[in-house]
Design a protein around this ligand. Structure first.
Ligand code: SF4
Length: 155
């Protein structure tokens, strides 16, 4: 399945807990002031890959804790995001999803995807609420929501 991405970080330590394969999905309409990834905004930017290529790269790294779907706005490409999340789950990896939507405003179309997501980091980036001490998020309004236990939890 085709997916438009801005880039991939094959081993990230900042896009969620553990060692993560981070997929920066292309396209975002929010234009948050101070956004750190403005190159991800154009809906026709980035490059198109096949999800199978990405899954093959994920399979090559036995050290991964999970994958992170980020962007950009992953929920603008729900079908390929679901494909990646399902495959990650089958590989025993956990899935973090970053979205500009507040959790309660996530569209119904994403319900199946959420079944394969372990952690959601929600909400737009609000520059006035920026806090460098926050882990895995940029501004205080954003929440880390654990939908289910992650594979690297110890208890
Ligand atoms: S939702 Fe994320 S990618 Fe989109 S403009 Fe805001 S900070 Fe940037």
């Amino acid at each position: 399945m085709k997916i438009r991405i801005a880039g991939i970080v094959e081993e990230s330590y900042v896009d969620g807990e553990g060692i993560r394969f981070a997929i920066f999905m292309q396209g975002c309409l929010r234009n948050c002031k101070g956004c750190h990834n403005p190159e991800t905004h154009a809906l026709d930017g980035g490059k198109i890959l096949d999800t199978e290529e990405i899954i093959a790269k994920i399979k090559k790294n036995p050290l991964l804790t999970g994958i992170t779907l980020t962007g950009g706005e992953p929920l603008l490409q729900i079908a390929p995001a679901l494909e990646l999340a399902k495959n990650a789950r089958n590989l025993g990896l956990d899935v973090w999803l970053y979205t500009g939507y507040k959790f309660e405003e996530i569209p119904n179309d994403a319900a199946e995807l959420l079944n394969f997501v372990d952690v959601v980091v929600d909400g737009e980036y609000i520059e006035e609420l920026r806090d460098l001490d926050l882990k895995f998020r940029g501004s205080k309004n954003q929440q880390i929501i654990y939908l289910r236990r992650c594979s690297n939890d110890s208890d």
